[in-house]
Design a protein around this ligand. Structure first.
Ligand code: GLC
Length: 664
């Protein structure tokens, strides 16, 4: 059952599709304190708090303070309180589990046992929000009810389940050709190459550096013949430059965010001084979305929307005052305090909170200050893109991922998990984000495999890929000035080939489980306690996940480990895929096991009474044959699997009628 309570009058977030009527009785599940604009709840020792989507820390969110404010935060360490997303959904697993959703565009703090171990306190920056209480049923059912409320998840084309190679940046067409050729020559499958900011002309959105890429339509067509999709990046900031069509057109139409005096708000991102589309104005978002046509006309069918928190390096105004202050400090004999201040004014230029309070959107005939709707920026901009793409490519699915998000955006696009690092701890962190993202409908998701910043090592790359084969979005991405991490930069080519090929063998399974989750409002990845609610130990497991109905995954995420401890909540069959192409099966009993996992192996687990379909290896997703499957079973009885297949590209194909039961 879902109850909706209204506090004050909220700014529309477009998170919920069908709003139930507002309840008139008092909300009493939590104690409400309007004077301090907060709600609190006593937590019992065994209670587990799930949710908060893409965030720091573990699957159980107890023991930290989280702040829902979308930020460009490349440091995903446990000291952080916010990352790129604002996902105000929590599920409290107590005697009778229930879930809460704060439908709110402003900033919320979730203190979940941070100040007091046994108390959860949720504070809002103003008292205008809708609160949804979801009760009745187990955790899986609570999520299903919530998902029905917020609408169906985005479904990408089938080719988006292939492997993608990315780098900041591949600088010209020849470099991309080399990437593709090296994959094909070594028989390492590949479906996508991502184009980072350097494909543009001077970091100007919707332009192409033709000196480096020639006519992009010709190059896109050439890549399509190689079964490769090119996926260009689109940034939120639009360069302020006279003569640049997009800037001039938006300015003339009044489609950019403004300062209080009505002049355009200028802040710097990659191209230097830039302006930002006014996402609260539906016409402005539609106009921004329409700009994608330039690339769609060149045959592009996939995009990644970046820097849309929006990220700000510095604003023109703050930079001026910092320069003025620094010039006054020149020649000063700075003691420690003054030196720290000096450092802080320069470092404080980026993502400065004050800057987000000094520009405005046009909303219902009034100017509304940005910080009140900050968390909607990336969502609404991506929605503009998605709606426009639907118009440009009727009945054709496109690939769209965004860095920032809030609840509701799952209907329009997927997300990647932001700027992680080549750290072992991030392999685990990015895995822990999966179930909480699934709860709120973000199904098409994955992280930068190998890590974006810092130098990856070959063992980390292999272990991360061995986890990455399960992510719907499987992309290897790395940053400028870091060690390159394409497979051919390392020694163990056979291991890369066998791990990435296994992904392709799993595509029929992953695609089927994705479509079940999308069409039936389910979670593709679940914490163990969702499937084994009676098992007390299951709720403490933070490094294993249930995948679909058949599998449990347990990646190795520690360097130099020769395996790991795995907890089996029931008897399961261990499946081991070796680098030489062989496969081993071993039945393990419920309980704790140390499982050896050499660097070049992939190991995961099959549940009793289930069977896993596997395709033959293929060089690209189009060659994966869903009609030529082999099966691995756990049990002697006759078994079935519910397979999904469709044309993989039309929107109308995404339908229950494409499920079919297959037997062995
Ligand atoms: C941002 C993105 C990252 C990209 C970089 C350059 O940091 O999150 O993926 O490579 O910008 O565009």
């Amino acid at each position: 059952m879902i109850s909706r309570y209204a506090f004050g009058s909220m700014i529309e977030t477009d998170a919920v599709l069908h709003k139930p009527p507002i309840r008139t009785d008092r909300f009493s599940k939590l104690s409400v304190n309007e004077a301090s604009m907060s709600l609190s709840l006593h937590l019992h020792e065994k209670d587990v708090v799930y949710g908060l989507g893409e965030n720091v820390r573990g699957i159980n969110k107890r023991g930290w303070l989280y702040r829902s404010k979308t930020v460009d935060e490349p440091d995903h360490s446990e000291t952080r309180n916010s990352l790129y997303a604002a996902h105000n959904f929590i599920l409290i697993d107590t005697d009778e589990p229930f879930a809460l959703f704060f439908d709110y565009a402003g900033i919320i703090t979730f203190d979940i046992g941070f100040t007091h171990l046994d108390e959860m306190k949720i504070s809002l920056s103003d008292w205008n929000f809708d609160l949804y209480l979801i009760e009745g049923g187990d955790k899986i059912e609570l999520v299903r009810q919530f998902r029905k409320l917020i609408g169906k998840s985005y479904i990408p084309p089938k080719w988006a389940f292939g492997y993608g190679q990315s780098r900041w940046s591949y600088h010209d067409a020849d470099e991309v050709r080399t990437v593709v050729r090296k994959h094909r020559d070594a028989k390492v499958p590949l479906d996508m190459v991502y184009l980072d900011i350097d494909y543009m002309d001077g970091y100007k959105d919707f332009t192409v550096n033709e000196a480096a890429f020639g006519d992009l339509s010709v190059f896109t067509a050439e890549m399509r013949r190689e079964n490769i999709h090119l996926i260009p990046i689109i940034d939120a900031g639009i360069k302020q430059e006279n003569g640049y069509r997009v800037y001039e057109e938006g300015l003339e139409k009044g489609y950019f965010c403004v300062k209080e005096d009505g002049s355009p708000f200028i802040a710097a991102v990659w191209p230097g001084k830039s302006v930002f589309a006014d996402i609260m104005n539906p016409e402005a978002r539609a106009w921004f979305g329409e700009q994608y046509r330039v690339l769609v006309d060149k045959g592009i069918e996939g995009f990644w929307n970046d820097m849309n928190e929006p990220s700000i390096f510095y604003t023109e105004d703050r930079l001026k005052s910092v320069f003025a202050e620094i010039s006054e400090m020149q020649g000063e004999n700075m003691g420690v305090e003054r030196f720290w201040h000096f450092q802080s004014i320069v470092n404080g230029l980026t993502g400065n909170e004050e800057d987000y309070r000094c520009f405005y959107h046009r909303y219902k005939g009034e100017l509304i200050r940005h910080d009140r709707v900050h968390n909607l920026f990336g969502y609404f901009l991506t929605r503009g893109a998605s709606e426009a793409l639907c118009g440009m490519m009727p009945d054709r699915r496109y690939l769209l991922i965004s860095r920032t998000s809030s609840i509701g955006m799952h209907r329009y696009s997927g997300v990647w998990m932001g700027d992680n690092r080549s750290w072992w701890s991030h392999l685990l962190l990015n895995m822990q984000m999966l179930p909480s993202l699934n709860m709120i409908g973000f199904l098409y998701t994955g992280c930068d495999l190998g890590g974006l910043t810092c130098d990856v090592t070959e063992d980390l790359m292999l272990r991360w890929l061995a986890m990455g084969i399960f992510y719907p979005l499987m992309r290897n991405h790395s940053a400028i000035n870091t060690r390159r991490q394409e497979f051919y930069e390392f020694d163990l080519t056979d291991a890369f080939r066998s791990i990435i090929s296994l992904r392709y063998r799993l595509i029929p399974y992953l695609y089927s489980e994705y479509m079940k989750a999308a069409l039936r409002d389910e979670m593709m990845f679940r914490p163990l306690a969702f499937d084994y609610p009676e098992d007390e130990h299951a709720s403490t497991v933070e490094d294993q996940l249930m995948l679909g109905r058949e599998l449990m995954i347990a990646p190795v995420y520690r360097q130099n480990a020769d395996g790991r401890y795995v907890y089996l909540p029931e008897d399961m069959k261990l499946l081991r895929f070796r680098v030489d192409g062989s496969m081993e099966e071993e039945v393990l009993e419920k309980g704790h096991h140390y499982v050896k996992v050499p660097l070049t192996d992939v190991v995961f687990f099959l549940r009793r009474g289930k069977m896993l379909p596997l395709a033959e290896a293929a060089q690209h997703s189009g060659a994966v044959d869903f009609n030529k499957l082999s099966f691995i079973k756990f049990g002697d009885q006759n078994m079935t699997y519910e397979l999904y297949d469709d044309d993989g590209c039309s929107v109308s194909a995404c339908d229950e009628k494409h499920f079919r039961i297959i037997g062995d």
